[in-house]
Design a protein around this ligand. Structure first.
Ligand SMILES: Cc1cc2nc3c(=O)[nH]c(=O)nc-3n(C[C@H](O)[C@H](O)[C@H](O)COP(=O)(O)OP(=O)(O)OC[C@H]3O[C@@H](n4cnc5c(N)ncnc54)[C@H](O)[C@@H]3O)c2cc1C
Length: 466
């Protein structure tokens, strides 16, 4: 079936890039965005400095559209905040280019199916149009399309605080003293946190970014107490590649947090798997499981334990997902933090992201499911390839057009930044090889089990978080 219309869910940077790619190929995209403006998710973390400079954050087709509308590309070496990405890129792309007529706002997609087909019915299925139902205030509207790309991200479905992936006992009752993601502790949320005892739960970049911001707040309000609740036992794993990280700002985060912990500005409790939350008028008591048997008494808890995809809207589609990561089974071994936390993921596209439902793809942050290492540049390459495939250009769909920066560390490098080597795993695995990195591919070709980073027992690993 020749594809003409593409419905795109979410006007984040990757959804808009998909629409720009589609326009360039003469297809007709419609973007449905639940928020009142483009970049609705990024607007929630507008205050956060990004660790990738502009050079890695702009899609090629989007740039071509913007340049036609008189846009000047920001300095490629400068590091934007989330807010800069919205004001200097995402908003002009959605409002000042020909994409303007293609985006519908306040349009929350609640289901995607095939017209006249439930999930079970097969005969003739592939020829049926997709049907998207979306909510606009009180009204439910419908849109049909030949293909669908779900780029709705994961920001609005954060993981709960409980260590088993379910809310800790008492978590919802204590909601007033808990926030999720990355609150703006130096800006709008400052009064809530200044001079308070604050616990941050998590081990990824969001937790570390928030801890560093709280340390800055502590300089102005010295009575602020910061506790870092870390589920793993080896704190240095959270520090990342340090100076060996090819995204130097990302490496710098690890170096800064290591220094703050060492100087006692941040108290770190390791092995802290949150089990129970008790709140009263005065404070919040956070209890770990029996094994580590620790209690933290604080005023506020910030939960930064990563995000998960909302799959409810895809219930009637034939979607195939890795049982652990909730990304496609082909992508899973390349990004599984259990076996390989290094960022040397090879660029991937339509082939790795295909589902048993022809014409349907998940791309962008949501494509990584629960894995934490997604980069915008990866998302742009994903949608370039997917749109090429939908347009029938299979050669372009399989071509790799991206070199990703490496983190400079992988989970097989114990000891964190000080022991990390650049290209620890020799870079990404070649395309069409079932291996997590170049070293792994080499070892497998020689008849071995793998390079070592994938052969370490799963249970001894401590997956990173976003
Ligand atoms: C704090 C933070 C910092 C990051 N820093 C970096 C960085 O430095 N470098 C980097 O490369 N990456 C970074 N990332 C990762 C990633 O690049 C960003 O999350 C990026 O915004 C992902 O883009 P996206 O378009 O896939 O999703 P999003 O930006 O999350 O956009 C999804 C859109 O879909 C909409 N939506 C959701 N559900 C629906 C629905 N049902 N119907 C309609 N619309 C819907 C949302 O409102 C949103 O507008 C960061 C992520 C976070 C959270």
């Amino acid at each position: 079936m020749a594809i003409k219309t593409i419905a795109i869910i979410g006007a984040g940077p990757v959804g808009l890039a998909a629409a720009a790619q589609a326009l360039e190929r003469g297809l007709s995209p419609v973007v449905l965005e639940q928020g009142p403006a483009a970049g609705h998710a990024i607007r929630q973390w507008a205050h956060v400095p990004m660790f990738s400079p502009w050079a890695f954050n702009v899609d090629g087709a989007a740039e071509r559209l913007l340049v036609k509308a008189g846009w000047t590309r920001p300095d490629p070496d400068r590091y934007p905040t989330g807010g800069d990405i919205v004001s200097d890129y995402v908003a002009p792309l959605a409002e000042k280019t020909t994409l303007r007529e293609r985006v519908r706002y306040n349009a929350e997609v609640i289901s995607v199916s095939r017209v006249g087909f439930d999930k079970v019915k097969s005969a003739g299925r592939d020829a049926a149009l997709f049907l998207l139902r979306y909510r606009n205030g009180e009204t439910i509207s419908k849109l049909t399309a030949d293909a669908v790309i779900d780029t709705s991200g994961t920001w609005f479905s954060p993981n709960p605080a409980g260590s088993g992936g379910v809310p800790a006992s008492g978590e919802s009752e204590a909601a007033k003293r808990i926030s999720y993601g990355m609150p703006d502790v130096l800006g709008q949320a400052r009064p809530r946190y200044a001079g308070k005892r604050i616990a941050v739960l998590g081990g990824g970049h969001s937790a570390i970014g928030t801890l560093i911001a709280l340390a800055e707040l502590q300089e102005a309000s010295p009575s602020t107490e910061i506790t870092w609740l870390y589920r793993g036992t080896i704190l240095s794993k959270a520090f990342g590649g340090g100076a060996a990280d090819q995204l130097s700002a990302r490496g710098e985060l690890g170096l800064q947090i290591a220094d703050l912990v060492e100087r006692g500005r941040i108290r770190a409790l390791t092995g802290f798997r949150l089990e129970r939350v008790e709140a009263d008028e005065a404070e919040l008591r956070l209890a770990s499981d029996e094994e580590s048997n620790q209690i933290a008494t604080v005023d506020e808890l910030i939960v930064a334990t990563g995000f998960r995809p909302d799959l409810s809207l895809l219930r009637e589609l034939r979607v195939e997902l890795d049982p652990a990561l909730e990304c496609t089974p082909t992508l899973a071994p390349l990004i599984d933090p259990n076996i390989h936390s290094c960022g040397t993921v090879r660029p991937h596209g339509a082939a790795e992201l295909a589902h048993p439902e022809p014409g349907f793809y998940i791309a962008g942050m949501k494509a990584y499911g629960r894995a934490p290492t997604f980069l915008l540049a990866t998302g742009h390459e994903q949608v370039r390839s997917i749109v090429a495939e939908l347009a029938g250009d299979h050669v372009a769909a399989r071509r790799v057009e991206l070199v990703l920066p490496e983190t400079g560390v992988c989970s097989s490098t114990p000891g964190g930044p000080s022991q990390a080597k650049t290209s620890c795993c020799g870079g990404p695995a070649p395309v069409a090889v079932d291996a997590c990195c170049a070293e792994d591919a080499k070892a497998k070709a020689a008849g071995e089990a793998g390079c070592g980073c994938g052969s370490v027992q799963r249970e001894t690993r401590e997956p990173a978080e976003v």
